[in-house]
Write a protein that binds this ligand. Structure first.
Ligand SMILES: NC(=O)c1ccc[n+]([C@@H]2O[C@H](COP(=O)([O-])OP(=O)(O)OC[C@H]3O[C@@H](n4cnc5c(N)ncnc54)[C@H](OP(=O)(O)O)[C@@H]3O)[C@@H](O)[C@H]2O)c1
Length: 275
């Protein structure tokens, strides 16, 4: 892993391959190609410090795409990911209060509860966070297997984000299984801005969404996405796979600013923020 952007005097090694010129005071060598510890990744992906007064929620998405824009291969994202991508995936979870995910991704990817990882324990405690992020499943139909560990044995109760018109019997099944049902819409569906507010009302301000594309497209369209952590896999797949964000297109493309870019084995790990 090495940092390509922002460009610092550490980004490009000296031609001799020795130590970079002008080593930073902290002695870091972020421009050198070596495996980063989870602690270094956590520093690189830290959520912005909350401003004075009421901390405002920050919604970041973490997605992976091939060069030709595929967000999945044969219905899963594993084939287009890599070990470094999974380390960043784990780091982003380690920093988050809650992981927001669409029900189809939960069904297709066989979601399990988030783990408490020793590597993030101290950092989470200092940030006033529990041992692991909650998982919040966005669903209108609540057609989920509530006997799965995601619902029956998470460290932190799994949330179901749904609309006020969700079928009461299904809501009751979810609650009996141990899930906490949170209403964030007037119909059966969830309204993206209400989902963000409802999570903030529960004290969750460091929000991470892992998609899928149909859910992410709605966060983008509603203008509530603050940051996109995008892995670009050096792969081509062709075909008709979904892109990372679906649904109707925006009237005007929304511009994001590159905040950082890391690289490992040709995979690019970008971090883009809403300006
Ligand atoms: N490349 C990546 O980084 C990445 C990340 C995640 C997923 N994926 C891939 O993406 C695919 C799945 O993604 P997807 O886009 O098809 O589905 P998705 O966004 O994960 O889930 C769609 C489902 O979420 C629920 N939902 C979405 N918006 C809602 C709203 N406003 N209100 C209430 N419920 C809502 C609905 O669930 P109900 O049907 O239960 O009502 C809907 O069917 C999989 O192949 C997965 O591997 C890729």
């Amino acid at each position: 892993m090495r940092r390509l952007f922002p460009v610092t005097d550490q980004t490009v090694p000296t031609p001799s391959g020795g130590s970079p010129l002008g080593a930073r005071d902290d002695g870091s060598d972020a421009g050198q190609d070596r495996e980063w510890s989870l602690d270094e990744l956590a520093d690189a992906y830290a959520y912005p410090e909350p401003g004075p007064g009421e901390p405002r929620p920050w919604l970041r998405a973490n997605m992976v795409s091939t060069l030709d824009g595929a967000a999945q291969h044969e219905g899963r994202s594993q084939a287009i990911s890599t070990a470094a991508d999974m380390r960043i995936f784990g780091t982003l979870r380690g920093l988050a209060d809650v992981v927001v995910v669409g029900a189809e991704t939960v069904r297709l990817e066989g979601y399990r509860p988030a783990r408490a990882r020793a590597e993030f324990a101290r950092r989470r405690e200092a940030a006033g966070q529990g041992p692991a992020p909650a998982v919040a499943v966005v669903t209108a139909g609540l057609d989920l297997d509530f006997s799965l560990p995601l619902f029956t044995s998470p460290l932190v109760p799994t949330l179901i984000l749904t609309g006020a018109a969700a079928v009461p019997d299904k809501v009751a099944v979810a609650e009996r299984a141990g899930a906490r049902v949170v209403i964030a819409g007037d119909g059966t569906g969830v309204e993206p801005d209400r989902a963000v507010r409802a999570l903030a009302d529960l004290g969750h301000t460091r929000l991470l969404t892992e998609g899928g594309p149909r859910l992410l497209g709605q966060f983008v369209a509603a203008g509530v996405l603050d940051e996109l952590c995008l892995t670009v896999a050096p792969m081509l797949t062709a075909g008709d796979a979904q892109r990372i964000a679906g649904g109707p297109s925006l009237a005007v493309p929304q511009r994001f600013a590159l905040a950082s870019l890391l690289e490992e084995e040709g995979f690019l790990f970008g971090r883009y923020r809403r300006p």
